[in-house]
Structures are given as C-alpha cells and as structure tokens.
Ligand binder design. Structure first.
Ligand code: ZN
Ligand code: ZN
Ligand code: ZN
Ligand code: ZN
Ligand code: ZN
Length: 285
C-alpha cells in the first residue's frame, strides 16, 4: 500500500494554469490579427507589368504591340503576397505583448500558475490506506505492525534461502529477477511498517512531523528524546529513499521516481526543521 497517491485534482502536476490573468484580447494565444503593413487594401501594384496592366510583346516602327498582363489580368494590381489579400496578418498581441497573460495578477502572483489546493502543491495526497490508519484502534495498529514485521522477516529469510540455492547449490535461473521481486515487497512492507509506527507515535502523543507544538514548554529531557526520535526517522527515510532509487535505477522499476522521492524529501525537511527548532530551544537553556 502506498502512503501517498497522486493528487486526483491536479493529477500530480501540483499546479494549474491561472485562469484570472489570461489575456482576453488574444484568448491567451499571444497573437492577434493586425493590419498588413505591405498593403492598404489587400492588393498591391502588379510587379510583373509594373502597374500598367499590359506587357510589351513586340516593339514596332509606328506602334508597339502589347498583351494583357496575365498576372493581374490587366487590372494592374494583384493580391498582396504578405497577407494573401486578407489585409490582416498574425502579429504580437499588443495587450499582453505576446506573453498571453496580463502582467499583474493577484491570483497567481503573475506567475501564470496557481498551486493545487487539494494537495497544497505537493502533487500527492495521503493514500486511502494511510488515512485508514487514523481510524484504527491502537490494538489493531499493533497487530498490523506485527503482521508486516513478520512478513519482512519471512521475506528476508526467503532471500537468504534463494541465494543459498543459486550460489550454494548451483540452481539455474534468474536470481536477480527473483531477488528484486522480494526486495521490492520488503521495501513496500517496510514503508507500511514505518507509516504504522508514525501513527502509533501520534497516538502516544510523542509528536511527529506536522504536529504543531511548542517545544518551549517541554522539559530538556523530553526535547532531547524528541530530537533523537526525529534523527532516527530521518535516517529511516533516507534508507527508504536509497531503496527507492535502487528500485528505479538498479532494478528498472517503472514510474515517477521524482514523485515518489518528493514525499520522502518533504518528510525529511519537516523533521529537519523541527530538529532545528528543538536545537534552538535547547541552546537557549
Ligand atoms: Zn493536487
Ligand atoms: Zn493569474
Ligand atoms: Zn500585371
Ligand atoms: Zn497585405
Ligand atoms: Zn494578448
């Protein structure tokens, strides 16, 4: 079970295009039809007959022989090449200067993008499974924790046995394929275990990431404990990030690694911020 799902609103894109500052004049295309500068009415003087409408065929003693200019049909003018006779051409929108947006927008801070409110710009939301942890009893959570821990141990045992079979007893086959499957499962299971641990910590009131709390009112002993706890959590997160990179880069897992990593990085950042806050309080004592 993943702890985070791609945000259903922004589909993981984290932001939307701001609709408040779209340039209305060019319909946010940056271009509008502007008057052709090569002509005045869509037609120009015929260059073949130089505006005379006729072409000299034969120079005579008394009079020259002309034929009607076939390009302009004798009208002396033909459609403007620049605008094909339409009198207008595509040009930079004068309202937005081609930027497609109005220059000042309070909705998006003139960036053209607004952060997704559902996921607060994270691109991911807590998964249904992760949310379901909040409503389960402590006993149930402990049970789930135990179940998964056992599974991890069993799978690690399986890896050991497999290596023994392949390397020790010369079994033929694809050991990497077998192992990567198990490792992936272990990694996923460990993620769930960590999630359950966090939920249990929250219940125990030990405070984890995101919980706003005043460190000032807590005893020095307690603060040191809180600091250690976060340090361990950061180490565990970093291990999980390593595992993830291993899965993507080493074992060719398909998917959006940045998306997966970003949620972990966010957690690491939160813990780090809290550790810094705790250190500050401890320094002042
Ligand atoms: Zn979103
Ligand atoms: Zn805007
Ligand atoms: Zn002509
Ligand atoms: Zn023209
Ligand atoms: Zn415009």
């Amino acid at each position: 079970m993943a702890r985070f799902d791609s945000c259903p609103d922004c589909k993981g894109k984290k932001q939307f295009e701001c609709t408040s500052c779209r340039c209305g004049r060019c319909n946010a295309s940056g271009v509008v039809a502007v008057r052709c500068s090569s002509c005045s009415d869509g037609a120009v003087q015929c260059s073949t007959c130089k505006g005379s409408g006729k072409i000299l065929v034969k120079k005579g003693f008394f009079s020259d022989t002309y034929r009607t200019c076939s390009r302009c049909n004798g009208t002396a003018r033909h459609a403007c090449n620049t605008c094909q006779g339409k009198r207008e051409v595509s040009g930079t929108c004068p309202s937005c200067n081609g930027s497609k947006r109005n220059t000042s927008c309070t909705n998006c801070g003139s960036t053209g993008k607004v952060s997704c409110s559902k996921c607060r710009g994270n691109g991911v939301v807590e998964s249904e499974w992760s949310r379901s942890l909040h409503t389960q009893s402590v006993e149930r959570l402990k049970l789930e924790h135990e179940k998964r821990s056992q599974k991890v141990i069993a799978m690690e045992r399986q890896i050991f046995d497999l290596q023994e079979e392949y390397w020790g007893r010369g079994r033929e086959g694809n050991i990497d394929g077998d192992l990567s499957y198990l490792r992936r499962n272990i990694s996923e299971m460990e993620g769930e275990v960590a999630a359950i641990e966090e939920e249990l910590d929250r219940r125990a009131g030990v405070g984890v990431a995101g919980a706003a709390q005043s460190f000032e009112s807590q005893s020095t002993e307690r603060l040191k404990l809180e600091h250690q706890k976060r340090q361990r959590a950061v180490l565990a997160l970093e291990k999980r990030m390593n595992d993830l990179q291993e899965m993507y880069w080493g074992e060719g897992r398909q998917g959006d690694i940045e998306n997966d990593l970003s949620s972990y990085r966010r957690e690491v950042r939160t813990f780090s911020d809290e550790m810094a806050a705790i250190e500050k309080v401890l320094d002042q004592r």
